[in-house]
Write a protein that binds this ligand. Sequence first.
Ligand code: N01
Length: 538
Amino acid sequence: MNSTSTSASGIVDIIGVGAGFSGLYLSHRLTNAGWTFAGFEAGPSVGGTWFWNTYPGARCDVESIYYSYSFDEALQQEWTWSQRFAPQAEILSYIEHVADRFDLRKHFTFDTRVVGATWNAADRLWEVRLDNGETRRSRYLISGAGGLSTPKDFDLPGLGNFTGLQVSTSRWNISLDDLEGKRVAVIGTGSSGVQAIPLIAEVAEHVTVFQRTPNYVMPARNTELSTEQIESIKVDYPAIREECRHSPGGIPDRPVADKAFDVSEEERRRRYEAAYERSGFQGVGAEFADLLTDAEANRTASEFLHDKIREIVEDPSTAELLVPRYHPLGAKRSVFGTDYYETYNRPNVSLVSLRDEPLETMTANAIVTSEGTYEADAVVLAIGFDAFTGPLYGLGLTGASGTKLQEAWRDGVRTYLGMMTTDFPNFFMVGGPQSPALASNVVMTIEQAVDWIADLIEHARDSGATLVETTVEGQNDWVDITEETVAQTLYATTDSWYRGSNVQGKPNTFMGYVGGVGKYRRMCTEIAKRGYPGVEID
Ligand code: N01
């Protein structure tokens, strides 16, 4: 039972879903503003995605000094990150520290999942059903359920036949030692697979990687942070955070004005080499202003990386299978790895291209493709997530007209600012679809969303209102803005989880606003200043 008090009627002001980065900051911000808050978290503790994704090599590819809360100066002064890209365990320790430091655990009931929520129009309340059979009632319902928290269905033919060890990166429940001396099949080469494969290869007898779409994997260039670096960051922290808040990606910007063909081929190559050394989200994919908008410009960067793969991978036929040729650089989520391509030079690692030999079935101890049978003692699934809508549909929301959220979004996601949707009054999403969450330092995006939602419901409270809902016009305008913004980019050309195309039957909607964190913040602030046009407050 959480300790947050509810009113005599048993109604709580706010029910929050999830105790990850979003839910914890929600609980802090809203209880400080005097709201009663009951949080529910499906897992046994805080951490969200950083609680579950404990696979070998898991770490964040946004630098930890940015991928952390900015809301409290003392917190950022007292916490010291050990590495440029902190490993999962360190990020989880940080989240636990925040929960303890601000005494936030008391706001949550753990091991309890929200499984249904119905809008009661007469009482203007959400009736929220929990998997323990209880129903709780709240004025507002706010999802901090995350965008990448619902694993994709294991849509692999014959998976049920396999009797060996089976584990997924997003619900890792074994130790790396359990793979020692085993023949391991890894399916999936997105960020999770790319991080896990080199470490699995160090202990396994043999690793067979099953790759469907080759990705551009750039070197992570992780390093320890020196005392001097930490000190200088801490001195500058307020300014660094302010820069991040107004930047395109929620990390310090590295503005470039020139385009790829503004410079000679030699100059381009020199710049790509320097960017490749620098790496990160300000690396090769951000070296020229038009790399995400002009396919020909993009080709120069993509081909630069193709050559890098051919330089690193010794076996030419393996190198060619690893060369990404199905999408432009950056149009799918960029991937950063450590020794990823080098791992294919190990004698105990081989690569199977599922584009050339589709997976047909699995047997008790093998994966069968159209061309061969690959024996395995263990299968590691790194096949990704049912992004954004998976966690939201899991809440079982029924809106004012009796329509389920998945029905309302049958033809595609529709939101206002990625935070609200029509027919679901008093329901908010933190880091929701059509927000900048998809393409930004998500912690910064989360803080901005929580603050904006908090201000909006405080504004409603101050004016005696009990209902807050986006208008159809407001929502239509936002959907148009997100679509027009993405249409100007190469994101629009490529199938990926960004568009829901990794999940069978999911409508094709781009899941993010890619106009930039700073621009989005300015728009949200302006909307608040103007008294929230696009929102009905009653
Ligand atoms: O998942 P993914 P992920 N048969 O969807 C393949 C964040 N993240 O967990 O590309 C065969 O990217 C699929 O192939 P294809 C980050 O935002 C961050 O790796 O669909 N293969 C692909 O290769 C990231 O983008 C970090 O053809 C199948 C892979 O599985 C997001 O999470 C670390 C298949 C899935 O890749 C998701 O990353 C980890 C099938 N039926 C995650 N289904 C860091 O910060 C799927 N695949 C570093």
